[in-house]
Design a protein around this ligand. Structure first.
Ligand SMILES: NC(=O)c1ccc[n+]([C@@H]2O[C@H](COP(=O)([O-])OP(=O)(O)OC[C@H]3O[C@@H](n4cnc5c(N)ncnc54)[C@H](O)[C@@H]3O)[C@@H](O)[C@H]2O)c1
Length: 291
């Protein structure tokens, strides 16, 4: 794909926590961005989250009014995946569910007309190979794994499957580095990649510690903030990531490596069943006023 045209038209599938952040950084980088959500109400909620984040950029002086307005004007929303037909790069950021993601990749493969287009996933733990083989273009399927909040955290993990082509890797690397100004690290296609394979056992240990009555949530978090200079304690961080996402990533890690340190503690499973998903639902290990 030497000499492939610069990526100007990007699609983002899913506009939750991560999809809205990915769409925001792409629009701020001057790209034409089309976002797909499941229905009008969810698309509107995602759009609201995104505009609120741009407004925060304006009030903190990181964006001018013109830059904010220009970013908003580059964003469009749809509920029809078929509208992704003219995209050169699509980043999937739907819920961490293998069946749902492989379905989306199969459909994108049929809808996206440009044979050179790259189909990327923001998955935290699902093997890129499984998404690649759901398409007829596994060499153009890659993991572009952003971190939350996307407009703030610079890291991107590029995850390549055994089938991802060198051209796809170099295009995705240059997109993340030169266009979005992210800091890229590379990972083999192993559940959790680099960061979550290290982070998730730490979060699960904190949950087990609290569950066993070893220490309170506050003391666990204060210990890591004040004792290790972490910006946020592990239970606050789990609330920020989302307990459902944390559970799904732990399950993928456990399935891949069968190591007890990746096994989700019962408390995490019960909280997810109860809908206590963290910040996004207003309650997790802590309670939150406005989301
Ligand atoms: N939360 C994090 O900190 C974090 C960090 C890095 C990566 N990720 C990954 O990003 C992905 C999304 O996570 P999130 O935290 O944004 O989840 P989320 O629950 O906030 O958002 C998921 C969104 O996907 C939408 N959706 C579901 N099916 C869809 C479909 N077929 N088409 C379009 N939209 C669809 C849902 O309506 C929802 O709005 C997951 O794969 C997760 O593992 C999450």
């Amino acid at each position: 794909m030497v000499g492939a045209p610069a990526i100007e038209r990007v699609g983002v599938v899913g506009c939750g926590l991560m999809g809205s952040g990915i769409a925001e950084v792409c629009a701020r980088a001057g790209l034409d961005v089309l976002v797909r959500e499941v229905d009008e109400a969810t698309a509107e909620a995602g759009r609201g989250r995104l505009v609120k984040s741009l407004d925060r950029g304006l009030s903190s002086g990181k964006l001018t009014e013109e830059e904010r307005d220009a970013a908003v004007s580059r964003l469009a929303f749809t509920t029809d995946l078929g509208d992704m037909a003219d995209r050169q790069l699509v980043v999937e950021a739907i819920v961490e569910n293998e069946k749902m993601k492989t379905d989306v990749f199969g459909q994108l493969d049929r809808f996206v007309a440009d044979e050179q287009a790259i189909l990327a996933s923001n998955t935290s733990s699902i093997p890129i190979m499984k998404l690649g083989i759901a398409t007829a273009r596994p060499e153009q399927v890659i993991g572009i794994h952003f971190f939350n909040p996307v407009p703030v955290l610079r890291l991107v993990e590029l995850v390549t499957s055994l089938m991802t082509s060198p051209d796809t890797i170099s295009q995705a690397d240059s997109f993340a580095t030169d266009v979005l100004h992210k800091r890229v690290i590379r990972s083999q296609d192993r559940a959790g990649f680099v960061v979550n394979a290290l982070l998730i056992p730490y979060l699960l240990s904190a949950i087990r510690m609290m569950e066993s009555g070893f220490a309170t949530a506050d003391d666990i978090d204060t210990g890591m903030v004040e004792g290790c200079n972490h910006p946020m304690g592990p239970l606050h961080l789990t609330d920020l990531i989302g307990l459902d996402t944390t559970l799904a990533v732990a399950q993928s890690l456990y399935e891949e490596f069968k190591e007890p340190l990746y096994a989700p503690p019962p408390l995490l499973s019960r909280m997810v069943e109860a809908g206590l998903l963290g910040r996004k639902t207003g309650r997790g290990f802590y309670e939150y006023g406005s989301r």
